[in-house]
Design a protein. Structure first.
Length: 185
């Protein structure tokens, strides 16, 4: 931490003694503008996806901004924001691997055997997140969490038949998306 030294003005008889003053906190906006490109670059290297890297950097900067009074006084606040990116990249990678492993359950083993790679898997799960809320929830709970229709129905507060409908409609929409890759589930 930078410390400036200035006169102690609290006591007239001791005006020549010096006390440490805390250096002014850099505005967050200045820090953000200076570090943004480097942080996005790090996120892109760790994640391999520019759009996801920008999202990851924004999340890290949002966390940094929330704690700026403390982080901004650190010796290396840039290291702090980069550590957030590194940690979130690991978490994202773990989630992606879980999603990739769930695809055979969703589309059958044939889809995976015929060339679905990790990037396509990421894209498909992105599409799952774009489905209507209940369809996405039913698919995630069924294929990622590996829950039965009955358990999903209990969680969603609906009937098993409604879960079945959400799953069918969601899979139909996803099948259309998968067809863009020349795959047929």
């Amino acid at each position: 931490m930078d410390v400036a030294v200035g006169p102690d003005l609290s006591n007239d008889h001791n005006a020549s003694s010096e006390v440490p003053l805390i250096a002014a906190l850099e505005p967050f906006e200045t820090f953000y503008r200076r570090e943004y490109r480097g942080v996005v670059g790090l996120a892109a290297v760790l994640g391999g996806d520019r759009a996801a890297a920008e999202d990851l950097a924004q999340e890290a900067f949002a966390a940094t901004m929330r704690h700026w009074d403390r982080v901004g006084r650190m010796d290396q606040p840039a290291a702090w924001v980069r550590r957030i990116v590194a940690n979130k990249s690991v978490s994202r990678f773990r989630r992606v691997m879980i999603e990739v492993k769930a695809l055979p359950k969703l589309f059958g083993n044939g889809a995976i055997e015929h060339g679905l790679d990790t990037e396509i898997a990421i894209d498909i799960w992105r599409e799952v997140r774009r489905l209507p809320k209940r369809q996405a929830q039913a698919i995630a709970l069924t294929y990622l969490a590996d829950l039965s229709r009955r358990a999903v129905a209990e969680i969603l507060g609906c009937s098993e038949e409604t879960v079945k409908t959400h799953l069918e409609r969601g899979r139909e929409r996803l099948a259309d998306h998968l067809a863009e890759y020349g795959e047929k589930p």
